[in-house]
Each structure stands twice: as C-alpha cells, then as structure tokens.
Design a binder for this molecule. Structure first.
Ligand code: AMP
Length: 403
C-alpha cells in the first residue's frame, strides 16, 4: 500500500484522492499544492468521514491530519447551504492559522468562507469576518468562547466539529472552555477528535461528546508494539558510566549502544574490552572499512556489543538486535522511535534501555506521553537510582522523591 518513492513531507500511500471519494475539482486543487497521494491517515479517515461516522484519530503531528479532516468537511459543505456549519478547535494560534490557510486554499474553488478566531489579536477584524457568516470557523477555545458570550458567533448550525490535537488543548488547560462549547453545539453533528496520545481524559471526552466513534490508530508501532520492553535507568550524572557498564554485564544477547560523543564510545570500548566483552565501535573517526567490519562482526556474532555515535549510526541496518541502549536520552521522541525500530522487527521481541539523568526530564515526559504510559524505572546492581532532593525551609530536612 505504501509507495517507496522519495518525497518530502509525510509518507504517502499508493492510492489516489479520487479513490477516497473526493470530487474532481478538489483533487485538482490538491495537485496544485503538490498533494498527489493521500497519507495513511488521510486514506483511513476520509472514506469513514464520508460514511458520516465520528472518528478518534491517533497520530503524530506532521502525519497529514489537516487534510484528513479538512477535505471531507469541505466536500460535505457543498451539499448543505447557509450558516456556520463547521467548527475546528485548535490548541494554538499557529495551528489555527495553518488550518485556516489549508481550508482557504483548497476550498477556494468552492468559494468557502472562513474565519479564524485566535487570542492575542484584535477582535474587530474577527467580528467583520463573522458578520459575513463563514462556512467554517477555525478557533482556539478561549477566543471562541469570548465571541460566543458576546453573541458575535452562532454555533447552532454546526454539522461538523473537529478537536485537533486534543491532548495538547487539555495540556494547555482548555477543558473548561471546550466543555462549555460542546454544551451549546447541536447534538446531531459529526465529530472528529485527533490526538497524539490517548490518556484517560481524552477517552472521557470521546465517551461524553462523541457518538460511537471509530478509532484510527496510526501511532508509530515501535512505541506501541507489545514486543518491545522499554526500561529507564535514571541515575546521578556521575553514575551514568557505571550504570552502562553494569547493564552490559547483566544483560546477555546482542546489544547496540548509542552514545552522544566519540570520546564516550572510545572510553566504553576500552573499558568493556578490559572487562572481557567482545565489542566494536563505529564513529566519525573510524574508516569505512572499520565500520563495515564492525557491523558485520555483530551480525556474525564475532562481537556482542556495538557502540555507535548518533551520527555514525544513521542509516545502519542490522537485522537482529536484542537490546538497544541509549547512553543519554535522544534529543527528540522521533530519534527514540527510530532507534527502537532496530529491535523487535516483525514478530521478534526486544528491549530498549535508556541511561538518563535529571537533565533529560523534559524529553522523558514527552516520550511517556507518546507511549501513553510511564517508562518503567529500573536499576542495576550497585548503582543507586537518582531521586530529587528538596530542602524544606523550616526543618532543613532533606526530602527525596523519585522522578
Ligand atoms: P499536517 O499533519 O496536516 O500538519 O501535515 C504535515 C505536512 O504534510 C504539511 O506540510 C502538509 O502540507 C504535508 N502533507 C499533508 N498531506 C500531504 C499529502 N497527501 N501529500 C503531500 N504532502 C502532504
């Protein structure tokens, strides 16, 4: 189903937009902006949307969500006439502006009118847009509610509602406004909710305000695959090296260790060799021949452990690795996903262990949101887990709290 072509932007399917039921004029406007084939989320969502179903879509940003909900809404609005019939709620001004721009470009052939209601700018121009009775309103929840209370906008004709990046909206504290807005919308409508994660708050929202929604789950498999065990070793910065060495000693099976710096790879290689492990390394200081030999050695079983710096590791493809170790949390969730993809291929199982410190706290939070659960905290023998220390003002007592 997926095309192997080299392209910019999200991966695309081999399907065409007309296969999904879009009309000729819309397909033409899509070609003009370079959209030839639908992305996986578009291929899943658009036909179901035409069936009139409510949909919960779980997908990362950048997957092509905007067109997934925007296109069927634009086409449906051609059938009905009069009044503001579609409402798209977005977490941020930037996302709202981008969404409106997409609807404007593609909906132009059908002369659709839009308004964008976002905070931080004057209300006047937004009121002028609302007086022209837009077909589609794209809004952040706070500003939309302001307009509603001042009776600038009517929401009694809404047929299509989108809650885009719903988890992000809840993180920003928009639940009260969203609940109020949902309370004044017609109950007979089609509702789409998109979210990168599925915490219980999102499930509750779907249960309360949606009608038997279908689930389209396109989260990266490496994050959700049951075959992968994720482990987090949170230690004091001075203990990271000891933790890594102990991990290699405790675990059996092939291991690929990602390190940030060349010096760390050199250090770990020397140290592990001294401890009797069969180990090789690849980094920018190694010749192509040495790198190829290191990779082949791991596949042949000549050595069990391969150390790789982030840069050198890009593009390597080794079929079976039982254990991926991140020595330091990768800078982005995508990098973690990419690395995790080197284990648990097909039906196989694998482990991704990460040695991290308090400095990685933020990225750990992002990752846990993406996985939808807390990474299990693990320990190696002889290395204490890192805990947050707080001093109380009165008692000067030291409190230790696990992060
Ligand atoms: P979104 O997730 O909707 O923000 O889309 C992410 C990026 O992918 C945007 O730059 C879109 O213009 C682009 N995009 C979405 N769908 C397609 C498609 N079918 N073909 C090419 N580019 C696309």
């Amino acid at each position: 189903m997926f095309s192997g072509a080299v392209h910019q932007g999200p991966p695309q399917t081999d399907l065409s937009f007309s296969d999904l039921g879009l009309n000729g004029q819309l397909v033409e406007s899509l070609v003009r902006i370079g959209f030839e084939h639908p992305t996986p989320i578009q291929a899943e969502v658009i036909p179901r949307a035409f069936d009139g179903k409510d949909i919960v879509g779980l997908a990362q940003t950048g997957s092509g969500k905007t067109a997934a909900f925007g296109l069927p809404i634009i086409q449906s609005l051609l059938v009905t006439k009069g009044g503001t019939r579609a409402l798209i709620l977005c977490p941020t001004r930037e996302i709202a502006l981008q969404t409106r721009a997409f609807i404007d470009i593609v909906g132009k052939v059908h002369k659709l009118k839009t308004a964008c209601l976002i905070g931080g700018v004057k209300m006047g121009p937004q009121i002028t847009d609302l007086q022209r009775v837009p077909d589609v309103v794209v809004a952040t929840p706070g500003r939309l509610w302001d307009h509603y209370e001042r009776k600038n906008v009517r929401l009694d004709k809404i047929e299509h509602l989108v809650m885009d990046e719903a988890d992000h909206m809840l993180d920003l504290g928009f639940l009260p406004q969203i609940t109020r807005i949902l309370g004044v919308l017609p109950t007979k409508r089609q509702t789409f909710m998109f979210s990168a994660t599925m915490p219980s708050t999102i499930e509750n929202l779907a249960r309360r305000f949606m009608n038997k929604p279908g689930l389209v789950d396109l989260r990266p498999k490496t994050l959700t695959a049951s075959g992968i065990e994720h482990r987090l070793y949170l230690v004091d910065p001075k203990d990271t090296k000891a933790c890594l060495l102990k991990l290699v000693e405790e675990e059996t099976g092939s291991m690929l260790i990602f390190l940030r710096r060349k010096v760390d790879a050199d250090w770990a290689c020397r140290q592990l060799e001294l401890e009797g492990h069969k180990v090789a390394r690849i980094h920018s200081g190694r010749t192509q021949q040495q790198r190829v030999a290191a990779l082949r050695g791991l596949s042949d079983g000549k050595h069990r452990v391969l150390l790789a710096t982030n840069v050198a590791a890009r593009g390597i493809d080794i079929p079976i690795i039982e254990h991926i170790v991140n020595f330091g949390m990768p800078d982005a969730v995508e990098d973690y996903v990419h690395r995790a993809g080197r284990t648990a291929r097909g039906a196989m199982e694998g482990t991704v262990s990460t040695v991290a410190t308090w400095q990685d706290k933020e990225i750990i939070r992002h990752l846990e949101k993406a996985i939808g659960k807390k990474l299990p905290r693990c320990e190696v023998e002889g290395v204490e887990s890192w805990t947050e220390r707080k001093q109380t003002i009165r008692g000067r007592k030291r409190l230790r709290r696990r992060f």
